[in-house]
Structure formats: C-alpha cells, structure tokens
Design a protein around this ligand. Structure first.
Ligand code: NAD
Length: 463
C-alpha cells in the first residue's frame, strides 16, 4: 500500500498531523518508537505538571495558616505522586491512540528510518518492513543537550529531565545547571517538597528569554524563600557530585543538567540534501523543507520548542499539503508561553527588550534621538495583580504583575507579560489581542468575568 502521508514521530506535531490528514480522508501512517504523545506527554509537560501539582498541594497545605486553616502533620508520599503521574500520562496516551484509531490512521510502533526518497515517493523502513508514501512529515522532536563539561559523561550523579521525572526517590539535595524553563520548573518542584536547591545559570539572569521585569519578581521571591540561585556563573567541571563553577565548589546528591535541547535527526541520514541550520531542519512558512514532498514540524525545526507551536505547525503543514485555500501561516509574533513556577509566569508577544531592539532596528539611533527617545514609540501599561479582587482573595502575600507593551503610534498590544497565579489560564486572552492586532480601545470593549484574575488584563489597559 502506498500512503498519502508518512509521519515519523508521534508527539504533538505528529499526532496532530496524523489526525487532521486522516480526518480529511487521506491514508496516513505514523511511526513512533516509544509512546504516542512524544516528549511533552511522556517525559515533559504533562508529567512535570502532574508532579508540580502534587508539590503545590503539599506546599499550600504547609502554608495554609494564612487562609485560616491549620493542617497538622502534613506529609507527602513521592511514590504516590509518581504513580498518579504515570496514570495521568497513560490515560492521555490511550486517548491519542483512540483518536487516531477513530480516524483509521495506521500506527506502527518502532524506530523508523528513511531509506530513500524521490520527488514522487518516500520509502521508510521500520521493524524490518518497508513502507511507501507520497509525502513525508518529520516530527522527530528533540533530545536533551549534553554540554561539553568535563566530568559530565558516565556520571551517575548527573540527571537530565527524563531521569528526574523517572526517579523513584527524591534526591537529598540538588544542583540544577541551567536556569531556563526546565531548570526553574524543577527548582520549583524540589523546593516545594523541601529539598535544598542550587541553580547555576551562565547568563546574568534566569529565564533570559522572558521579560526581565517579570523574571526579577520571581528571582527575588525564590532567593528569599531559600533557593540558592547563582547567575553569571558558568559550570567549569563536575567531579562525581561536586560542581565547580565560578571558582567555587558546590556539592549535592544529584545534579540536573537542563541547558537546552537539540533537534533529533536520527533515522534521517538518507535525506542527505535536506537543508539544515545549526543542526535543525529549515522550513518555509508552510513547514515545507527544501525537498518538495518533505515537511517538518515541531522541535526538529528548532524554531520554538513548545508543544503548542508544534501542533499549530502541523495544522499549517497539513493545510499546505492538502492545498487548503486560504493557506495558513503561523503567527510567530503571538505565541504564548508559560513557565510553571509558583507563581506562574505567562507571556505572549514581544518583551520590553525586544521592543527596544525592534524600534532601534526600525528607526536607527538617529531616528530615535530625533523622536525624543525610545519612549516615543511604545508605552508600558502595568499593574500589580493585587488590583484584582480574586487575586487578593487567593494569593495572600503575593504582589504579581501584569505588564502590557503598547505601540504608541497605532495603540496595538505588542506583548503581555504576567506573573501571578493562575496567569497560565488567561494568557490566551492576551494572545488573542496580539494575534488579531487589537488596539487598546478594542481590547477595552471585551468584558472579562468578575471576579477573576483575568480582569487584571482589562484593568491594566487603563493604567
Ligand atoms: P532553555 O533554553 O530554556 O534554558 C537553558 C538555560 O541554560 C539557559 O538559561 C542558558 O543560559 C543556560 N545554560 C546554558 N549552558 C549553561 C552552562 N554551561 N552553565 C549554566 N547555564 C547554562 O532550555 P531548557 O530549560 O533545557 O528547556 C528546553 C526546551 O524545552 C526549551 O525550548 C523550553 O522552552 C522547552 N520547555 C518548555 C516548557 C514550558 O513551556 N513550560 C517546559 C519545559 C521545557
């Protein structure tokens, strides 16, 4: 049988593409070597959120006095948290399989490799069988990057995020190398469960890609609560469970290395002519590679390594493959992201630093000076989250922040940056505004339900 579409990788990109193309009546085959759902569902987003939720329940119970509740002898059972995490993941994986089965998509469990390709056909081998398809979609994801730090290889004290999620027992203490998204989420998990945490970050700040005003609030809170966060500190070497960084030696039971991920190109060796950029597959606006019948979506493109971007890329790619008019593109300027620290950070659009860079590039130094400074081009509208009644009711001792960046010439919202719980649940409203190019006046016409923390978006527009 010759399939219309072969997909390698069953993560958010792969399973979304498989479901959509199958729904459209096409013959689709999907190869997955481990479990459907990919990194996000099996060893990423969902298991971390599941454990983080358990940790938050424990932490909140320990700090319940401020809400008038006294909980005595609060304990937690890490094995039970892990068991629950496994059940959540298993159910979701089964749900994806069911959805694909409903659409009559063929699923092959095994490690697939491209054996040959012409503009008319791609041949794939898997489990000693050969499969042919008109189109190929590469959704092979990414793997943890192991930096070339002496002492990191074959060291039983070293964990990556997958090891940390699989661990049957908590470490007695932990050093986290890399204060990015993974690093800060695990720092939250361990800290809330009472484990001493040291974060070592090479850049002058943690979460360097986020709006730094918001990040500073988290940094101050985490340092005050006892997490040892070292910035501008590069790890020089590791010896067993000792880390040398910035001329000092730090010791912990385990060392979690979370310094980024790299595109996974395994099994694609036969695609010798595929264009790569810094080890990731280059794609056009429709997720098409330089090879006419080959598409790529998700982390393997190295664009934005987020599950929701991967699934949106898959929608765009399938639309292009099926020649659906009008063709869609991805709004890379309106991608929301959330860091599941406590409090959560949620953002969409440009950060203030990016706004600076954008106008500096557009106007040049002379243009900015002539206008009277960069402030002539954008304004910041911001309020502490304590302006929201619901936030005050539920977040004792927290201040939070809602910061909106607005273009001064056309009054559109360029970016929104929030810290405070549960900002992950309403950042989508700001995404909508950024994506649709809404002005402040248009956004003001939207009614937000009361009392919800989301009202802070509306309030901030008047600040
Ligand atoms: P990251 O790029 O977010 O952070 C890596 C951090 O490590 C950076 O801050 C970097 O400066 C630092 N670093 C690099 N080399 C270092 C060294 N030698 N010593 C000390 N610090 C060093 O990468 P990540 O946290 O590994 O996450 C990987 C990907 O997964 C990211 O694209 C992330 O967005 C995604 N992810 C997303 C979520 C979410 O959406 N909530 C959660 C987890 C992961």
């Amino acid at each position: 049988m010759r399939y219309f579409l072969a997909i390698i990788g069953g993560g958010p990109a792969g399973y979304t593409a498989a479901e959509l193309a199958s729904k459209a009546g096409k013959d689709v085959i999907l190869f997955e070597q481990t479990a459907l759902g990919g990194t996000c569902l099996n060893v990423g987003c969902i298991p971390t959120k599941s454990l983080l939720y358990g940790a938050k329940q424990y932490y909140n119970a320990m700090h319940a006095q401020k809400y008038g509740v006294t909980a005595s002898s609060v304990t937690f059972d890490f094995a039970a948290m892990q068991k629950r995490k496994t059940i959540v993941v298993r159910k979701l994986v089964a749900g994806i399989r069911q959805r694909l089965n409903n659409e009559h998509c063929t699923i092959v469990n095994g490690s697939a490799a491209v054996s040959s390709r012409t503009d008319a056909q791609v041949t794939i081998s898997c489990n000693s069988e050969t499969y042919e398809a008109e189109n190929l979609m590469i959704c092979t994801g990414s793997t943890n990057f192991v930096p070339p730090i002496p002492g990191i290889q074959d060291n039983p004290a070293i964990w990556d995020s997958t090891d940390a999620l699989a661990a049957a027992e908590l470490p007695a203490s932990i050093i986290i190398v890399g204060g990015g998204v993974i690093g800060m989420e695990f720092a939250t998990l361990y800290h809330e469960l009472g484990i001493p945490v040291t974060v070592i970050e090479a850049m002058p700040t943690i979460l360097p890609n986020l709006d730094q005003e918001v990040v500073q609030i988290l940094l101050d809170k985490y340092r005050k609560s006892g997490i040892n966060i070292l910035t501008s500190t590069k790890v020089e070497s590791i010896d067993g469970n000792k880390v040398t960084a910035g001329g000092e030696t730090y010791e912990a039971d385990k060392i979690l290395v979370s310094v980024g991920r790299r595109a996974n190109l395994k099994g694609l060796e036969a695609l010798k002519d595929i264009e790569l950029n810094r080890g990731a597959i280059v794609v056009d606006d429709f997720m098409k590679t330089n090879l006419p019948n080959v598409f790529a979506c998700g982390d393997v493109t190295g664009k934005v390594m987020l599950a929701h971007v991967a699934s949106r890329q898959a929608e765009v790619a399938v639309g292009r493959m099926l020649k659906q008019i009008p063709l869609q593109r991805i709004a890379y300027n309106a991608i929301p992201s959330v860091v599941y620290t406590n409090p959560e950070i949620a953002s969409v659009g440009l950060t203030e630093q990016q706004v600076h860079d954008f106008y500096t590039e557009m106007e040049g130094a002379a243009g900015i000076a002539k206008a009277g400074g960069i402030e002539a081009f954008y304004e910041v509208k911001k309020l502490p989250m304590t302006f929201s009644g619901r936030f005050m009711a539920e977040n004792d001792g927290e201040t939070g922040l809602c910061k909106l960046l607005v273009d001064k010439r056309n009054h559109t919202v360029l970016g929104a940056h929030l810290i405070g719980n549960p900002s992950s649940e309403f950042i989508a409203a700001a995404s909508f505004a950024v994506r649709m190019g809404y002005t402040v006046a248009e956004m003001q016409q939207v009614i937000f339900p009361h009392p919800t923390v989301s009202e802070i978006l509306h309030e901030s527009l008047y600040s």
